[in-house]
Design a protein around this ligand. Structure first.
Ligand code: SF4
Ligand code: SF4
Length: 501
């Protein structure tokens, strides 16, 4: 080989094949959507181009004789405490491509704290008895929206979303994920009395029957937005920002805009779907208010209208403005949130943790006496029932769960969603790959995850002596901090572990 890009010499994974066990079925060849495994006709054996392997583990998981193991490439970058492998490889990529590096999924940097991991629940003992969720009723029902604003001459609640569980599947557009996965999220939402969100890609005709469990999104590209779409959803969400890419727009490449995607998004077949970074009709809170009320008007004031923003440094003031603009729901999306595609530099260096954002927003809205006027949803990096409960303890009414839902149907977090070649058939519209997701099996997997989280939430609530999720909302007394400094604890409103009431 006369020339090989430097970056291809420093690959992460090696496909190790036990030749004794390999029966040459070539399953790993057909399963690899990145063309790493191939059948070598001359040598009559399967071989691998290791630098094409992105570590999705598909071939390993499906090998019938357990002959494959995906291992880290033992050849490491020369150790350097400052010039990390991540930095060096980015430069190699920049030098090769002359373009911005793209990635999928959320910020995975361990150098930035995961506050959820530094928060502990406070359990009951002796004088404050705990509750056994197997023997006593435990309520997870949550209402989201304006629970107290004056909307007419009589004070009454605005239109509310009723959730049987405080978990909603977060926005993932048709196009970024395929219809089979969206069907599973919609069906699981219906089965559990909760909601899923269309994301910015419109609503496929097949999913209209799930309208009562659907949040329809209106984003800057206005893809797929029309009157019937708005009226079909249970709630409307104006998307201003996304946690994984605060301040920038979206881009679904033309090759992913196949016939159904183009119809649903109402854009020409094969054209790039570009969402502008800002909404070109929103440059102030007053502009936002106009859109909120236009959407309420279009749906006869029967549906809650929410606004989704990225978690950024001035988020408390921004949320206050959104509440005063008339939104019924605010979604704050933290920097660990996933994405189908974003510049790596933005994903890894912009935004703030959802834990800090939700705590300061809840506090500000309470101080201003407008907390009950608006539902608050925490999004971006909710990995478990424990994270969900901690977000609610910090002030959220409910959480959006997206990446975890994808993991429940097989995602291995290989971060290659932007390539459109997802080997697990999730973030791809390739008909051959998309078939790897069977909507019925996927529905069962997502539903099982939700059911397990519900049981886990009830267990923890019971251990804290609470019999309703509502009692945990913003109840920071039931949480304690470990491994944080004073300023971090003050921002989160938490006491140190070991401190009493
Ligand atoms: S990319 Fe995935 S399927 Fe292909 S060799 Fe690597 S682990 Fe196996
Ligand atoms: S959705 Fe697919 S491509 Fe994206 S991280 Fe998961 S397995 Fe990888």
């Amino acid at each position: 080989m006369l020339y090989q890009p430097i970056v291809s010499n420093y690959y992460d994974f090696k496909v190790v094949r036990d030749q004794e066990r390999c029966i040459k079925c070539q399953g790993c060849v057909t399963q690899c959507s990145f063309d790493a495994n191939f059948w070598d006709q001359d040598r009559e054996k399967i071989d691998t181009i290791h630098n094409k392997c992105i570590g999705c583990h598909r071939c390993e998981a499906l090998c019938p004789t357990d002959a494959i193991s995906i291992q880290h490439n033992p050849s490491k970058f020369r150790e350097n405490g400052y010039w990390t492998k991540r930095e060096i490889r980015n430069i190699y990529l920049n030098a090769e491509m002359g373009a911005i590096g793209l990635t999928g999924m959320g910020n995975d940097m361990t150098s930035q704290p995961a506050y959820f991991d530094r928060i502990l629940f406070d359990a009951c003992q002796v004088t404050n008895p705990s509750i056994d969720p197997l023997r006593e009723p435990m309520e997870l029902t949550t209402y989201i929206g304006n629970r107290g604003r004056q909307v007419s001459l009589e004070t009454k609640a605005g239109p509310l979303l009723k959730l049987s569980t405080p978990i909603i599947f977060g926005p993932m557009s048709y196009g970024s994920i395929n219809l089979n996965v969206q069907k599973a999220l919609a069906a699981a939402s219906k089965a559990h009395g909760t909601f899923w969100s269309t994301g910015e890609g419109g609503l496929h005709r097949d999913l209209y029957p799930f309208g009562p469990n659907t949040i329809v999104q209106v984003a800057s590209g206005r893809f797929g937005v029309h009157e019937e779409y708005l009226k079909t959803g249970a709630a409307i969400e104006i998307k201003i920002g996304q946690g994984a890419k605060p301040g920038i727009g979206g881009h679904l490449p033309g090759e992913k805009v196949l016939e159904d995607v183009s119809k649903t998004r109402m854009i020409p077949l094969g054209s790039d779907a570009i969402s502008p970074a800002p909404h070109h009709d929103i440059y102030s809170i007053e502009d936002l208010r106009q859109l909120i009320y236009a959407l309420k008007e279009a749906t006869r004031y029967e549906k809650p209208v929410g606004v989704k923003v990225s978690a950024v440094h001035n988020i408390a003031a921004i949320a206050s403005g959104i509440a005063r603009a008339g939104a019924d729901i605010i979604v704050v999306d933290g920097y660990r949130g996933g994405t189908g595609a974003t510049p790596t530099i933005v994903r890894d260096h912009t935004g703030i943790p959802i834990e800090l954002a939700i705590a300061v927003v809840d506090e500000r809205l309470r101080q201003e006496g407008i907390r009950e006027n608006v539902g608050l949803i925490a999004a971006g990096g909710i990995r478990s029932a424990a994270d969900a409960l901690k977000a609610i303890g910090l002030g959220a009414d409910a959480v959006y769960v997206s990446t975890a839902a994808l993991i429940s149907v097989g995602c291995t977090l290989c971060q290659q969603c932007h390539t459109g070649r997802c080997a697990w058939g999730i973030t791809t519209n390739d008909p051959y790959l998309a078939k790897r997701q069977n909507p019925d099996i996927a529905t069962e997997q997502v539903s099982n995850m939700l059911r397990a989280w519900e049981i886990e939430m009830k267990e923890v609530l019971g251990s804290m002596g609470l019999n309703a999720i509502e009692s945990l909302r913003g109840n920071k007394e039931r949480l304690r901090a470990v491994g944080m400094n004073e300023k971090e604890m003050a921002t989160l409103g938490l006491k140190l572990a070991g401190e009493g009431m």
